[in-house]
Design a protein. Structure first.
Length: 116
């Protein structure tokens, strides 16, 4: 599988903020090319949503994890109800994803290194 251009560390502000984590086992019918084309469109749209802070997405061994960061639960809800996101979720459920879970958490603390 190719490495997503989104597979990098998101630069987030000081907490608090929210993290929405979706972990999935990829289905046998997973189409990487079609998925990445849609994911690129989704990322562009997410960047227009007030409250979007960043995205990290990784794929390995038939599974993926995506973490998006948001300023508020209201911003999370705006994204959850975004028309293209709704369409993408429906397609993922029927074509690309097996067992999947999304978790929403408030980030109270973060730390890191090697940021420039």
């Amino acid at each position: 599988m190719t490495i997503s251009p989104l597979a990098r560390v998101a630069r987030t502000p000081r907490p608090p903020y929210y993290a929405v984590t979706t972990t999935t086992e990829l289905a046998a019918g997973f189409d990487e090319r079609a998925y990445m084309a849609l994911a690129t469109r989704l990322y562009a749209d997410a960047r227009t949503i007030e409250g979007f802070l960043g995205l990290e997405a990784f794929f390995e061994n038939g599974a993926s994890i995506a973490v998006s960061y948001w300023t508020s639960l209201e911003a999370v809800e705006r994204w959850r109800n975004h028309p293209l996101h709704q369409t993408a979720k429906a397609r993922a459920k029927t074509e690309w994803f097996g067992p999947t879970i999304t978790r929403i958490a408030r980030v109270e603390m973060d730390y890191g290194f090697n940021f420039t």
